[in-house]
Design a protein around this ligand. Structure first.
Ligand code: ADP
Ligand code: MG
Length: 243
């Protein structure tokens, strides 16, 4: 579904991503992990069009999308969430999602259709649908759900989810992980998931790609990757415990 080949991103003299290649297969949940600053968000920024790659190709459903703007990439069915949610604070929760449905969908929807879609998505993530509910009333967990709802409302085929569990308590984390499983299972959306809470991520993903200092250092099934000496080394000797 997505083929990233030799993706390189430099900021001045600093190389944030160095010839990173990986594939995403339709229907899978792929984990993208690595220590802080290893280039995970930069990778999402390049794939989703927020940043233009310095070099490399990004093929989505057969077309090279490297360098296209985020709105065009979104209209092709590839969308992402942001690590730091920034909703429209003065719009209701429902309107925030309706805006995403209206402008982000592959086919331009009417306002009524966008609202109907917003309510469906809010229901799925478990957020209030009434027009008086504002994003400013949400805690960290609620804001992450809203961020996911806005992305889902665009009707993606591929979702890039960036560190969606940061700031959540263990109960919220488990339900967020469960939600991504449902997004794949019920909506049939393929997912690349960046998350630094490893134990949670490793239990959900089918496959994992590991970045360190902008380079891919490992790729494979969670169990094998957790045993990989280079991965253990990158995480400063911390062994990832899988139950
Ligand atoms: P991660 O998401 O894995 O924690 P990032 O992709 O955010 O890492 O960052 C990778 C590296 O690139 C970091 O050293 C970061 O400081 C740097 N970086 C990211 N974005 C920019 C930017 N817009 N300008 C300069 N440096 C950046
Ligand atoms: Mg990041």
């Amino acid at each position: 579904m997505l083929t990233v080949s030799r993706l390189t991103k430099r900021f001045g003299g600093f190389t944030a991503l160095n010839e990173v290649s990986f594939e995403v297969k339709e229907g899978e949940i792929l984990g993208l992990i690595g220590p802080n600053g290893s280039g995970k968000t930069t990778c999402f920024n390049c794939v989703s069009g927020v940043l233009a790659p310095t070099a490399g190709t990004i093929r989505f459903l057969g077309d090279d999308i490297a360098g296209l703007t985020p709105d065009r990439i979104c209209h092709r069915g590839l969308t992402r969430t942001f690590q730091i949610p920034r909703p429209f604070r003065k719009l209701s929760i429902a309107d925030n999602v309706a805006v995403a449905a209206h402008y982000g969908a592959t086919e331009r929807t009417s306002e009524a259709e966008a609202r109907r879609r917003a309510l469906q998505v809010l229901d799925l993530v478990g957020l209030p649908t009434d027009s008086a509910a504002l994003p400013t009333q949400l805690g960290a967990g609620g804001l992450k759900k809203l961020e996911l709802a806005r992305a889902l409302a665009t009707g993606p085929k591929l979702l890039l989810a960036d560190e969606s569990l940061g700031g959540l308590d263990p109960g919220e984390m488990a339900s967020a992980a469960d939600m991504l499983r449902r997004v794949r299972g019920e909506l049939g959306i393929t997912i690349v998931w960046v998350e630094h809470i490893m134990a949670t991520l490793m239990r959900v993903v089918d496959r994992v790609v590991v970045l360190d200092h902008g380079e891919k250092i490992a790729e494979g099934r969670p169990r094998d990757v957790a045993e990989d000496p280079r991965v253990i080394e990158a995480y400063l000797g911390e062994k990832i415990v899988l139950e």
